[in-house]
Write a protein that binds this ligand. Sequence first.
Ligand SMILES: C[S@@+](CC[C@H](N)C(=O)[O-])C[C@H]1O[C@@H](n2cnc3c(N)ncnc32)[C@H](O)[C@@H]1O
Length: 298
Amino acid sequence: MAQAEILFPHEVFDTRIAVAYGNYHVECADNLAFMRTLKSAAFQLIVTSPPYNIGKEYEKRRRLEDYAQEQGRVISECVRLLTPTGSLCWQVGNHISTSGEVVPLDLVLYPIFKELGLTLRNRIIWHFEHGLHCSKRFSGRYETILWFTKSDEYLFNLDPIRVPAKYPGKKYFKGPRAGEFSCNPLGKNPGDVWVIPNVKANHVEKTDHPCQFPVELVERLVLSMANPGDWVLDPYMGVGSAIIAAIKNSRDGYGCDIEPKYVQIAEGRLVDLCEGRLRTRPMDRPIYDPSLKNGGQR
Ligand SMILES: C[S@@+](CC[C@H](N)C(=O)[O-])C[C@H]1O[C@@H](n2cnc3c(N)ncnc32)[C@H](O)[C@@H]1O
Protein backbone atom coordinates (compact mmCIF):
# COMPACT_ATOMS: atom_id res chain seq x y z
CA MET A 1 0.00 0.00 0.00
CA ALA A 2 2.81 2.38 0.88
CA GLN A 3 4.33 1.74 -2.55
CA ALA A 4 1.01 2.33 -4.34
CA GLU A 5 0.77 5.70 -2.58
CA ILE A 6 4.07 6.76 -4.07
CA LEU A 7 3.44 5.41 -7.54
CA PHE A 8 -0.14 6.31 -8.36
CA PRO A 9 -1.82 9.70 -8.40
CA HIS A 10 -5.07 8.29 -6.94
CA GLU A 11 -5.30 6.81 -3.45
CA VAL A 12 -6.96 3.73 -4.88
CA PHE A 13 -5.04 1.96 -7.60
CA ASP A 14 -7.67 1.86 -10.35
CA THR A 15 -5.33 2.52 -13.24
CA ARG A 16 -5.39 0.31 -16.29
CA ILE A 17 -2.20 -1.41 -17.27
CA ALA A 18 -1.37 -0.95 -20.92
CA VAL A 19 0.74 -4.05 -21.44
CA ALA A 20 4.18 -3.24 -22.88
CA TYR A 21 3.46 0.49 -22.74
CA GLY A 22 2.71 2.75 -19.77
CA ASN A 23 -0.22 2.73 -17.35
CA TYR A 24 -3.16 4.98 -18.03
CA HIS A 25 -6.35 6.27 -16.51
CA VAL A 26 -8.93 8.39 -18.36
CA GLU A 27 -12.24 9.71 -17.06
CA CYS A 28 -15.27 11.66 -18.21
CA ALA A 29 -15.25 14.49 -15.69
CA ASP A 30 -14.95 18.20 -15.15
CA ASN A 31 -11.24 18.79 -14.79
CA LEU A 32 -11.35 20.74 -11.51
CA ALA A 33 -13.41 18.04 -9.82
CA PHE A 34 -11.11 15.37 -11.28
CA MET A 35 -7.85 17.05 -10.34
CA ARG A 36 -9.01 17.67 -6.77
CA THR A 37 -9.02 13.88 -6.27
CA LEU A 38 -5.35 13.59 -7.25
CA LYS A 39 -2.29 13.74 -5.01
CA SER A 40 -0.05 16.78 -4.91
CA ALA A 41 3.28 16.66 -6.75
CA ALA A 42 2.38 13.46 -8.63
CA PHE A 43 2.90 14.60 -12.24
CA GLN A 44 6.18 15.30 -13.98
CA LEU A 45 4.49 16.81 -17.02
CA ILE A 46 1.11 18.46 -17.51
CA VAL A 47 0.40 19.23 -21.15
CA THR A 48 -2.89 20.50 -22.42
CA SER A 49 -4.83 22.65 -24.82
CA PRO A 50 -7.88 24.31 -23.24
CA PRO A 51 -10.90 25.68 -25.15
CA TYR A 52 -10.08 29.07 -26.75
CA ASN A 53 -13.45 30.69 -25.92
CA ILE A 54 -14.35 30.92 -29.61
CA GLY A 55 -17.62 28.98 -29.54
CA LYS A 56 -16.45 25.54 -30.69
CA GLU A 57 -18.91 22.69 -30.25
CA TYR A 58 -17.51 21.88 -26.78
CA GLU A 59 -17.64 25.40 -25.28
CA LYS A 60 -19.81 28.48 -24.79
CA ARG A 61 -18.42 31.94 -25.49
CA ARG A 62 -17.98 33.96 -22.31
CA ARG A 63 -16.56 37.31 -21.30
CA LEU A 64 -12.79 37.08 -21.65
CA GLU A 65 -12.37 38.04 -17.97
CA ASP A 66 -14.55 35.11 -16.88
CA TYR A 67 -12.66 32.75 -19.19
CA ALA A 68 -9.31 33.89 -17.76
CA GLN A 69 -10.56 33.49 -14.19
CA GLU A 70 -11.61 29.92 -14.84
CA GLN A 71 -8.30 29.18 -16.53
CA GLY A 72 -6.62 30.55 -13.39
CA ARG A 73 -8.43 28.03 -11.21
CA VAL A 74 -7.44 25.11 -13.46
CA ILE A 75 -3.82 26.29 -13.79
CA SER A 76 -3.52 26.73 -10.03
CA GLU A 77 -4.67 23.15 -9.49
CA CYS A 78 -2.14 21.99 -12.13
CA VAL A 79 0.65 23.72 -10.21
CA ARG A 80 -0.33 21.80 -7.07
CA LEU A 81 -0.10 18.53 -9.01
CA LEU A 82 3.35 19.17 -10.55
CA THR A 83 6.50 17.60 -9.13
CA PRO A 84 9.21 20.09 -8.08
CA THR A 85 11.17 19.28 -11.29
CA GLY A 86 8.00 19.25 -13.40
CA SER A 87 6.84 21.13 -16.49
CA LEU A 88 3.54 22.68 -17.49
CA CYS A 89 2.88 23.14 -21.23
CA TRP A 90 -0.15 25.24 -22.16
CA GLN A 91 -0.98 25.14 -25.88
CA VAL A 92 -3.23 27.96 -27.10
CA GLY A 93 -4.09 30.02 -30.16
CA ASN A 94 -6.12 33.20 -30.52
CA HIS A 95 -9.47 34.20 -29.12
CA ILE A 96 -11.36 36.14 -31.82
CA SER A 97 -13.81 38.67 -30.41
CA THR A 98 -17.28 39.09 -31.92
CA SER A 99 -16.00 42.26 -33.66
CA GLY A 100 -13.14 40.28 -35.22
CA GLU A 101 -10.37 41.52 -32.90
CA VAL A 102 -7.56 38.97 -32.45
CA VAL A 103 -6.59 38.32 -28.82
CA PRO A 104 -3.53 36.04 -28.36
CA LEU A 105 -4.49 33.82 -25.44
CA ASP A 106 -0.93 33.22 -24.29
CA LEU A 107 -0.64 36.97 -23.61
CA VAL A 108 -3.88 36.90 -21.62
CA LEU A 109 -2.82 33.87 -19.57
CA TYR A 110 0.88 34.63 -19.01
CA PRO A 111 0.30 36.80 -15.88
CA ILE A 112 -1.60 33.94 -14.26
CA PHE A 113 1.36 31.56 -14.60
CA LYS A 114 3.76 34.25 -13.31
CA GLU A 115 1.51 34.99 -10.34
CA LEU A 116 1.63 31.29 -9.46
CA GLY A 117 5.44 31.38 -9.35
CA LEU A 118 6.17 29.48 -12.57
CA THR A 119 9.12 30.25 -14.85
CA LEU A 120 8.75 30.45 -18.61
CA ARG A 121 11.41 28.37 -20.43
CA ASN A 122 10.17 28.67 -24.02
CA ARG A 123 7.34 30.18 -25.99
CA ILE A 124 7.20 27.62 -28.76
CA ILE A 125 5.68 28.58 -32.09
CA TRP A 126 3.80 25.68 -33.64
CA HIS A 127 3.48 26.38 -37.37
CA PHE A 128 1.08 24.40 -39.57
CA GLU A 129 -0.22 24.78 -43.10
CA HIS A 130 -3.96 24.10 -42.89
CA GLY A 131 -6.86 26.13 -41.53
CA LEU A 132 -9.45 28.75 -42.34
CA HIS A 133 -8.73 31.02 -45.28
CA CYS A 134 -9.37 34.53 -44.00
CA SER A 135 -10.51 37.34 -46.25
CA LYS A 136 -10.07 40.32 -43.89
CA ARG A 137 -6.71 39.45 -42.30
CA PHE A 138 -3.83 37.04 -42.93
CA SER A 139 -4.84 33.43 -42.37
CA GLY A 140 -3.69 32.13 -38.97
CA ARG A 141 -0.98 29.51 -39.40
CA TYR A 142 0.59 29.20 -35.97
CA GLU A 143 -0.31 28.69 -32.34
CA THR A 144 1.93 28.71 -29.27
CA ILE A 145 2.97 26.42 -26.46
CA LEU A 146 4.01 28.14 -23.25
CA TRP A 147 6.47 25.88 -21.44
CA PHE A 148 6.77 26.68 -17.73
CA THR A 149 8.69 24.94 -14.98
CA LYS A 150 7.95 24.86 -11.28
CA SER A 151 11.58 25.43 -10.27
CA ASP A 152 15.05 25.98 -11.70
CA GLU A 153 15.85 22.30 -11.07
CA TYR A 154 13.79 21.01 -13.95
CA LEU A 155 14.07 17.95 -16.16
CA PHE A 156 15.02 18.49 -19.81
CA ASN A 157 16.32 15.62 -21.94
CA LEU A 158 17.56 17.02 -25.24
CA ASP A 159 19.08 13.92 -26.83
CA PRO A 160 15.82 11.97 -27.47
CA ILE A 161 14.36 14.89 -29.44
CA ARG A 162 17.32 16.02 -31.52
CA VAL A 163 16.63 16.45 -35.23
CA PRO A 164 19.05 15.91 -38.12
CA ALA A 165 21.65 18.65 -38.48
CA LYS A 166 21.67 20.63 -41.72
CA TYR A 167 25.31 19.70 -42.47
CA PRO A 168 25.87 16.49 -40.47
CA GLY A 169 29.38 15.79 -41.80
CA LYS A 170 30.72 19.30 -41.17
CA LYS A 171 34.09 19.44 -39.35
CA TYR A 172 36.25 22.17 -37.77
CA PHE A 173 38.79 23.09 -40.43
CA LYS A 174 41.28 24.89 -38.15
CA GLY A 175 42.17 25.36 -34.51
CA PRO A 176 42.75 22.74 -31.80
CA ARG A 177 39.65 20.73 -32.83
CA ALA A 178 40.44 20.69 -36.58
CA GLY A 179 39.13 17.51 -38.20
CA GLU A 180 36.55 16.84 -35.46
CA PHE A 181 32.82 17.05 -36.18
CA SER A 182 31.59 20.56 -35.41
CA CYS A 183 28.02 19.46 -34.76
CA ASN A 184 26.56 16.94 -32.36
CA PRO A 185 26.47 13.53 -34.14
CA LEU A 186 23.09 12.87 -32.47
CA GLY A 187 21.56 15.86 -34.28
CA LYS A 188 20.62 19.40 -33.34
CA ASN A 189 18.24 21.05 -30.93
CA PRO A 190 14.85 21.35 -32.72
CA GLY A 191 14.57 25.04 -31.79
CA ASP A 192 11.44 26.86 -30.69
CA VAL A 193 9.63 26.99 -34.04
CA TRP A 194 8.04 23.63 -34.71
CA VAL A 195 6.63 22.80 -38.12
CA ILE A 196 4.19 19.96 -37.51
CA PRO A 197 1.05 19.27 -39.60
CA ASN A 198 -2.18 19.98 -37.73
CA VAL A 199 -4.84 17.29 -37.66
CA LYS A 200 -7.23 18.05 -40.51
CA ALA A 201 -9.23 15.80 -42.85
CA ASN A 202 -6.37 13.88 -44.47
CA HIS A 203 -4.29 13.40 -41.36
CA VAL A 204 -3.91 9.76 -40.33
CA GLU A 205 -4.94 10.60 -36.74
CA LYS A 206 -8.18 12.48 -37.57
CA THR A 207 -11.19 11.64 -35.36
CA ASP A 208 -14.51 13.44 -34.82
CA HIS A 209 -12.82 15.97 -32.52
CA PRO A 210 -12.50 19.40 -34.19
CA CYS A 211 -9.15 20.39 -32.60
CA GLN A 212 -7.03 17.43 -31.60
CA PHE A 213 -3.27 17.51 -30.91
CA PRO A 214 -1.01 15.78 -33.43
CA VAL A 215 0.51 12.99 -31.32
CA GLU A 216 4.04 13.82 -32.58
CA LEU A 217 3.79 17.32 -31.10
CA VAL A 218 3.14 15.94 -27.61
CA GLU A 219 5.75 13.21 -28.08
CA ARG A 220 8.46 15.87 -28.35
CA LEU A 221 7.33 17.31 -25.00
CA VAL A 222 6.94 13.94 -23.33
CA LEU A 223 10.37 12.67 -24.43
CA SER A 224 12.17 15.81 -23.30
CA MET A 225 10.28 16.67 -20.10
CA ALA A 226 9.43 13.30 -18.52
CA ASN A 227 11.37 10.09 -17.92
CA PRO A 228 10.00 6.60 -18.56
CA GLY A 229 7.63 5.70 -15.74
CA ASP A 230 6.76 9.34 -14.96
CA TRP A 231 3.14 10.47 -14.88
CA VAL A 232 1.80 12.83 -17.55
CA LEU A 233 -1.57 14.62 -17.17
CA ASP A 234 -3.90 16.27 -19.69
CA PRO A 235 -6.87 17.94 -17.92
CA TYR A 236 -8.57 18.84 -21.24
CA MET A 237 -7.65 15.61 -22.97
CA GLY A 238 -10.23 15.57 -25.81
CA VAL A 239 -9.65 12.32 -27.68
CA GLY A 240 -6.61 11.45 -25.58
CA SER A 241 -3.73 12.44 -27.88
CA ALA A 242 -1.46 13.45 -24.98
CA ILE A 243 -2.17 10.20 -23.13
CA ILE A 244 -1.34 8.28 -26.31
CA ALA A 245 1.94 10.20 -26.68
CA ALA A 246 2.79 9.36 -23.06
CA ILE A 247 2.09 5.65 -23.01
CA LYS A 248 3.50 5.11 -26.51
CA ASN A 249 6.79 6.26 -24.98
CA SER A 250 6.52 4.25 -21.72
CA ARG A 251 5.40 7.18 -19.60
CA ASP A 252 2.11 6.87 -17.68
CA GLY A 253 -0.93 8.91 -18.70
CA TYR A 254 -3.85 10.50 -16.84
CA GLY A 255 -6.58 12.53 -18.47
CA CYS A 256 -10.15 13.76 -18.33
CA ASP A 257 -12.64 15.45 -20.62
CA ILE A 258 -16.12 16.71 -19.88
CA GLU A 259 -17.64 15.40 -23.15
CA PRO A 260 -18.55 11.68 -23.04
CA LYS A 261 -18.17 11.23 -26.81
CA TYR A 262 -14.54 12.37 -26.76
CA VAL A 263 -13.71 10.16 -23.79
CA GLN A 264 -15.21 7.20 -25.62
CA ILE A 265 -13.02 7.94 -28.67
CA ALA A 266 -9.98 8.33 -26.40
CA GLU A 267 -10.65 4.95 -24.80
CA GLY A 268 -10.96 3.33 -28.22
CA ARG A 269 -7.70 4.90 -29.42
CA LEU A 270 -5.88 3.73 -26.30
CA VAL A 271 -7.09 0.18 -26.81
CA ASP A 272 -6.02 0.40 -30.47
CA LEU A 273 -2.60 1.65 -29.41
CA CYS A 274 -2.10 -1.17 -26.94
CA GLU A 275 -3.21 -3.73 -29.49
CA GLY A 276 -0.87 -2.30 -32.13
CA ARG A 277 -3.60 -0.89 -34.43
CA LEU A 278 -3.39 2.85 -33.83
CA ARG A 279 -1.75 4.78 -36.66
CA THR A 280 0.09 7.96 -35.73
CA ARG A 281 2.22 10.24 -37.88
CA PRO A 282 5.89 9.40 -37.15
CA MET A 283 8.01 12.15 -35.57
CA ASP A 284 10.70 11.86 -38.26
CA ARG A 285 8.42 12.06 -41.32
CA PRO A 286 9.33 15.06 -43.52
CA ILE A 287 6.73 17.74 -44.19
CA TYR A 288 4.90 17.19 -47.49
CA ASP A 289 6.43 19.44 -50.16
CA PRO A 290 4.56 19.49 -53.50
CA SER A 291 7.70 20.76 -55.29
CA LEU A 292 9.57 17.51 -54.52
CA LYS A 293 9.16 14.04 -55.99
CA ASN A 294 6.48 12.13 -54.03
CA GLY A 295 6.04 15.29 -51.92
CA GLY A 296 9.44 14.58 -50.35
CA GLN A 297 7.98 11.58 -48.52
CA ARG A 298 10.09 8.46 -48.09
C1 LIG B 1 -8.88 22.08 -27.51
S1 LIG B 1 -9.76 20.68 -26.97
C2 LIG B 1 -8.44 19.57 -26.52
C3 LIG B 1 -8.19 18.50 -27.55
C4 LIG B 1 -7.09 17.54 -27.17
N1 LIG B 1 -5.82 18.21 -27.09
C5 LIG B 1 -7.01 16.36 -28.16
O1 LIG B 1 -5.93 16.04 -28.65
O2 LIG B 1 -8.04 15.78 -28.46
C6 LIG B 1 -10.41 21.16 -25.42
C7 LIG B 1 -11.21 20.07 -24.74
O3 LIG B 1 -11.54 20.52 -23.43
C8 LIG B 1 -12.75 19.86 -23.06
N2 LIG B 1 -13.28 20.59 -21.88
C9 LIG B 1 -13.90 21.81 -21.86
N3 LIG B 1 -14.20 22.15 -20.59
C10 LIG B 1 -13.77 21.15 -19.79
C11 LIG B 1 -13.77 20.92 -18.38
N4 LIG B 1 -14.30 21.82 -17.52
N5 LIG B 1 -13.24 19.78 -17.90
C12 LIG B 1 -12.71 18.86 -18.75
N6 LIG B 1 -12.67 19.01 -20.10
C13 LIG B 1 -13.19 20.15 -20.61
C14 LIG B 1 -13.56 19.90 -24.32
O4 LIG B 1 -14.60 18.93 -24.34
C15 LIG B 1 -12.49 19.68 -25.41
O5 LIG B 1 -12.45 18.33 -25.81
